[in-house]
Design a protein around this ligand. Structure first.
Ligand SMILES: CC(=O)SCCNC(=O)CCNC(=O)[C@H](O)C(C)(C)COP(=O)(O)OP(=O)(O)OC[C@H]1O[C@@H](n2cnc3c(N)ncnc32)[C@H](O)[C@@H]1OP(=O)(O)O
Ligand SMILES: O=C(O)CCC(=O)C(=O)O
Length: 390
């Protein structure tokens, strides 16, 4: 195994026939992320998140869906005028009136979407593919005539007959769309089918392909990376993976994977934990404690065997350093603590205990009812003093 400064390299990557990924990130926290039930970002919160995403180096920020409300439209416009390095983008249905709203916001790109799966055509639009596609191209033409970049997005693309999808993307190319987008709207894909789907589309379209993955089976990040391996250019993410239902591919997971597996290190990953905390506060949604990269326990260790090795070399039990993502390592004292770990922790607190005292302390720790809820450093200090006293 090869070790670099911040992380361990997955040595098996060298056996895959992979080209360097040519990707960009379009973060959709402010649009799909805000579609999480109950989430509303204020103007200040949205502009703050946009600035943070920009500082990380995200290339495109999808800032909202202007026809949702007048305030939403104003915020999309405000973000477009912030002078960010990132390009800004917003969503529009296949309606000229939605595109007009996008034009008024001065965004760089508009994502014009339609679903072309039989389910959606029949039960949502009650229209034929031809009718819906015609409306979509009318909206695309309108956007193009007004100088907007266009992403033509196939909502429910993963449940759309693949020949229909190819036909639509090929026809959309005639309208000079800048991207075609495959949305796995209900999270049905797995990494193998994502790879296949993107490869098939890439065989017939020259336009860059985007991938938008939902996490209904917990595969959104893996699918996003599989799409990138198959040649998808634009990867969609949200901070903390928030979004419709089970959410989207999470920004922090995708950026860390790009860095430690695919050697793409242009994003400032040190800002990820700070941004995650902000989005947690603004959205009211706390990520699970074991969530990769930003979860409270992403760098917490209690097991004696792990901690005794970590005290000598953290990479024994950490894929990447907490510093790489702006996080912090925490050594927890509890039922699973071992003597060497306890000795190290006690020392780091400024105490030196004999082996006998350490044995007494560890018995105290392991048998304390408090281990169930975690022993705080204050409580541990009290226990150390008790042991020293005896
Ligand atoms: C997969 C995705 O994430 S898609 C984005 C989902 N996001 C949202 O829905 C944002 C929040 N939504 C809203 O605020 C509202 O639903 C609005 C403003 C978008 C529309 O509101 P309303 O005018 O009240 O319409 P309502 O929500 O009842 O119905 C949606 C309409 O849009 C139509 N529609 C949906 N998608 C598209 C599309 N891609 N192109 C054209 N029309 C569409 C539906 O068929 C329906 O049409 P109908 O009114 O003729 O039946
Ligand atoms: O592909 C896109 O740009 C948006 C589609 C979307 O949000 C979805 O289908 O979940």
């Amino acid at each position: 195994m090869v070790l670099t400064k911040d992380y361990s390299l997955n040595g098996l990557m060298q056996f895959l026939d992979l080209k360097t990924l040519d990707i960009e990130i379009c973060d959709v926290t402010l649009r799909d992320g805000e579609q999480t039930p109950g989430v509303v970002f204020t103007r200040e919160e949205k502009t703050d998140i946009a600035s943070e995403l920009d500082a990380i180096g995200v290339e495109i920020i999808e800032s909202g869906f202007p026809v949702v409300s007048q305030t939403e439209k104003e915020i999309v416009k405000e973000i477009a005028s912030m002078g960010l390095n990132a390009k800004t983008c917003c969503l529009a249905r296949s309606r000229v009136s939605d595109v007009e709203a996008a034009i008024e916001c001065d965004v760089d790109f508009v994502s014009i979407f339609i679903a072309m799966s039989e389910l959606h055509l029949k039960h949502k639009y009650h229209k034929s593919y031809e009718e819906m596609f015609g409306l979509a191209m009318e909206a695309v033409q309108y956007a193009k005539d007004h100088g907007l970049g266009v992403r033509f997005a196939a909502e429910d693309g993963s449940r759309t007959d693949i020949e229909t999808l190819k036909r639509a993307f090929l026809a959309a190319e005639e309208y000079k769309v800048d991207y075609v987008s495959i949305a796995d709207t209900i999270g049905i894909l797995n990494p193998s089918t994502t790879y296949y789907l993107v490869k098939e589309i890439k065989k017939i379209v020259k336009t860059p392909v985007c991938i938008h993955c939902h996490d209904d089976m917990g595969m959104a990040t893996a699918n996003t990376l599989a799409a990138a391996e198959a040649g998808a250019k634009q990867l969609h993410t949200t901070v903390n993976g928030i979004g419709e239902r089970a959410g989207n591919a999470s920004l922090e997971e995708v950026l860390v994977a790009l860095r430690v597996q695919y050697d793409i290190d242009r994003y400032d990953t040190r800002k990820l934990t700070g941004l995650s905390k902000k989005v947690e506060r603004y959205s009211g949604i706390k990520p699970g404690v074991t969530k990769a990269v930003i979860g409270e326990h992403a760098f917490s260790h209690e097991s004696g065997i792990h901690v005794c090795a970590i005290l000598e070399e953290p990479r024994t039990y950490e894929l990447f350093s907490p510093e790489m993502v702006g996080g912090q390592r925490r050594l927890i004292v509890g039922k699973h603590t071992g003597i060497k770990a306890l000795k190290g922790i006690v020392r780091s607190m400024g105490y030196d205990l004999s082996q006998e005292a350490l044995c007494t302390l560890i018995e105290k720790v392991k048998n304390s009812a408090e281990t169930k809820y975690g022993i705080s450093s204050t409580r541990l200090e009290e226990m150390i003093k008790e042991v020293k006293g005896t």
